[in-house]
Structures are given as structure tokens and as C-alpha cells.
Ligand binder design. Structure first.
Ligand SMILES: C[S@@+](CC[C@H](N)C(=O)[O-])C[C@H]1O[C@@H](n2cnc3c(N)ncnc32)[C@H](O)[C@@H]1O
Length: 277
């Protein structure tokens, strides 16, 4: 029988090292059974460095102390899944409840500030921009900030260029035709929408208060990756960036309890809104 060399997999000490590395760099907790995830996500970095395995990559990180590769490893382990108008019920309550309220409250300044915290490749921020244009708010002073830990996704968000598969997800055809221009296999967002949002590299675990005040903060589908203490600190930080009465929206399936001192939790339609006290 032909002998077969089985890959030893990630050694336990290397697995722990990678878990710690990701936790200390971005706050994400990766469980003990994510070997496949590490192998598949770190494979391209292993290859790029001409190494043979994730174990070799760990040895490289120990030996070289290379900050750039360490960052690449952490970024590879973040999940950047996003799409246009994700969780449409939330955009609907922004349209029907939040915007009429803000138009009334802010009619003197006509200035509104929005933040897509953990914006990934920008679909969340640009969906909001398109919604505001559809609601004929172009004469208002509107600022949309998108931020993410990963510089790679921040660069992509800034480019505002999307692949066919990305515009097929969640974006109504009418808005695709109205706000995007086709360029070969890709779609470029037009300048009017693009200029409404700007993107920065920000770690949510850092002090956030200087970014505010905002009327609405999206912090969706990222809290699930953090431990209880990190979640609580981030929620406190997000609160510090909101106007009193400003809205925080978490992911449709996310709930954070024990925040009554900072937020009133309110069900509007089928969604839950966290209103800053
Ligand atoms: C799953 S995506 C969510 C994107 C978008 N909010 C949505 O719901 O469609 C999560 C994003 O959170 C970012 N992220 C993870 N940890 C972070 C941290 N500590 N600070 C800032 N961004 C972080 C990741 O880089 C990733 O792009």
C-alpha cells in the first residue's frame, strides 16, 4: 500500500498563539474548533511567503516580528461579509420613522451625521446614502462616516467599485441603474453617492467619543465576535458618540442586554432600536 503523508494540522501551541494574536490585535474571540478557518484563511499568506504550512507561518511570526504580516494574518481572520440593504426592515424604519423625526428636529441646521461602524467594503454606508437621495435629502448637509479595522476593506470601500456578484445582493435593479455605471465586469458607484461617504481605519476598541456626535450609528454583525467585556466597552463608546435620542442599530439577529443606563431598547416595526439616553 502506498504510504501517505498526513498534514499534522496546526499544533496546539500554534493554535493558541494565533487565537491570542487575533484577540490582542482586533478583539475577536476564535473558538477552539476553528482549525479549518485558520487553514483556509491563512493559506494564501502561507503561499505568498513560500512557506509550507500554518505552523511554518507561526514560526515565521515568532522569529521575524513582522508587523505587516501579523496584520495581514489578523485581517485574514476577520469576517467581512456584507451586502447592500442588509436587513431591509432597518432601512425601512430609518425611512419611515427616523428621517421624518430628524427632518423636524434638525430643520434649523439641516445637518445630519451618520456612522457605519465596522463598515467592511462600504455597502452599508452607500445603501444609506442612496436611501437619503431617494428621500430627496440632497439639499441637507449630510456626512456619512464608514470605519473598519481592516485597511484592506477600507480601501475597497473608498474605491466604490463592486463586482457583479456584489451588486446582485440586496441592491434593487432600479437603484443599480440609477446610481452605478458599468465598467467592464465591475460597477462604479457614481460620484454623487460616493462623495456622501468617507472611510477611515478605526478600531472600535479605541476611544470613540471624538468621532461624534451622530444621529444614527450602525454597528451591525460585529459584536458577535467579541467577548462580554469588549462588547460592553464598545457599547459604552458608541453611546458616547450619539446625540441624546440618537439611534444605534445592531445586526438584525443581535441583542445586547444590560445596557439600560445608556440605551432605551425599543421595538419599531420588526426591528429593535437602541436609543441613546
Ligand atoms: C461581518 S462584517 C459586517 C459589515 C456590516 N456592518 C454589515 O453588517 O453588513 C464585520 C466587520 O467588522 C470589522 N471588525 C472586526 N473587529 C473590529 C474592530 N475591533 N474594530 C473595527 N472593526 C472591526 C471587520 O473587519 C469586518 O469588516
Amino acid at each position: 500500500m502506498a504510504s501517505q503523508t498526513l498534514s499534522p494540522g496546526i499544533f496546539p501551541e500554534n493554535y493558541r498563539f494565533l487565537q491570542q494574536q487575533v484577540y490582542s490585535q482586533v478583539g475577536i474571540v476564535l473558538a477552539d474548533d476553528k482549525h479549518y478557518l485558520f487553514e483556509s484563511r491563512l493559506g494564501p499568506i502561507v503561499k505568498q511567503l513560500g512557506l509550507a504550512s500554518v505552523n511554518d507561518l507561526c514560526a515565521f511570526l515568532h522569529k521575524e516580528q513582522n508587523a505587516e504580516i501579523a496584520k495581514q494574518v489578523t485581517e485574514a481572520m476577520t469576517t467581512n461579509e456584507t451586502y447592500f440593504f442588509r436587513d431591509p426592515a432597518q432601512y425601512e424604519i430609518i425611512r419611515t420613522t427616523l428621517l421624518p423625526k430628524l427632518m423636524e428636529e434638525k430643520r434649523a441646521t439641516r445637518s445630519l451625521r451618520f456612522w457605519s461602524a465596522a463598515s467592511s467594503t462600504g455597502q452599508e454606508a452607500y445603501s444609506l446614502a442612496m436611501l437619503l437621495l431617494e428621500e430627496r435629502m440632497q439639499s441637507w448637509n449630510i456626512e456619512i462616516l464608514g470605519t473598519d479595522f481592516s485597511s484592506k476593506v477600507v480601501e475597497r470601500a473608498r474605491s466604490a467599485i463592486y463586482e457583479q456578484i456584489e451588486v446582485n445582493r440586496g441592491l434593487p435593479t432600479s437603484l443599480l441603474v440609477k446610481y452605478f455605471n458599468r465598467s467592464g465586469m465591475e460597477w462604479k458607484l457614481n460620484e454623487v453617492v460616493k462623495r456622501m461617504a468617507r472611510f477611515e481605519h478605526i478600531d472600535l476598541r479605541n476611544s470613540l467619543s471624538a468621532l461624534g456626535p451622530f444621529d444614527l450609528v450602525f454597528c451591525r454583525n460585529v459584536m458577535i465576535y467579541f467577548d462580554a467585556e469588549t462588547k460592553r466597552n464598545i457599547m459604552k463608546g458608541l453611546h458616547s458618540t450619539l446625540f441624546r435620542g440618537g439611534w444605534l442599530l445592531l445586526g438584525g439577529a443581535e441583542t445586547v442586554f444590560g445596557l439600560d443606563e445608556w440605551f432605551e431598547r425599543k421595538a419599531i416595526g420588526n426591528s429593535t432600536v437602541y436609543i441613546a439616553r
